[in-house]
Ligand binder design. Sequence first.
Ligand SMILES: [Zn+2]
Ligand SMILES: [Zn+2]
Length: 328
Amino acid sequence: MKVRFWGVRGSFPVPGESTNRYGGNTSCVEVRCGDGGPRIIIDAGTGLRKLGKEMMAGEFAEGKGAAHLLVSHTHWDHIQGLPFFSPLYQKGNRFHVYARHRDDTHLRAVFASQSDTPYFPVPFDQVQADVSFRELVEGARFEIGPVKVRCTRLNHPWIAMAYRLDHEGASIAYVTDTAPFRDILIEEEFIRKPPRKGEQLKREDQDKLDAMREGVVRLCEGADLVIYDTQFTPEEYAQKPHWGHSCPDDAIEIAQAAGARALALFHHAPERTDDAIDRILASCREDPKSKGLSLLAASEGLEVTVTAPEEAAAQPAGGGSGGGGDAR
Ligand SMILES: [Zn+2]
Ligand SMILES: [Zn+2]
């Protein structure tokens, strides 16, 4: 499988001098599975716009393209690229959108509402491509052609889904957005304040978090590449545990517990400069807790080839040290 990062940022786009190397667009990851295999896109943040331009250089311009879009959740930074995704406006193209079922609103309505007036000039029903929506329940398993897909829920306001893709013995897991599975249980509500210091979690909440963590570890089990929400530093997390994001330490702990082979730091905080991401990556690599784990920081344009364990470990295309920051 070839994984290409089109947007690696959390919360909102941050173009500018200090974010040029890792990139300022929000979450969007493309996965290609061999020649003729399905085209899978995970999340539709602002990075999707540029991917759409590239797709329009091929069969999508003629209305002969098909792609599958897995959405972690529908916060802006994961869907905002969709109205600007050119292949949607070409008749004949086919898209399959997958996201978690909501009790209150059908998935199509959730996506359509972001293109409603007064937010966008083109209503969603003007989209020319054929778009189908599939609502997922937690723990769903399904197939996209030869690719096996699994999902599990995360600890995030209004809940996000993590996905795992398996193809020809290689596997990737995409785990964003999520708080670690301690301190606070975040479900379908807005939690205004962090828990008070020393406040004990309710037993039932801790049980839910334990089950959620177990689900995530199983999802990442033996994965060749885990892409994980590492938005926060420990200091930031201490202030905002109720925001639903993790630190690199949490990602390393889960990846190691799961016996994963490589970990990509992802969903970088908007205020994080390229130099700060370099420093975070360097300190993760020096940390004895990451021993045996190949670490990189996701950057816009970075392509990673993920192969089954008996072949070479996950490597950025064209060799290299496995480091981030070499965005092309
Ligand atoms: Zn996000
Ligand atoms: Zn979110």
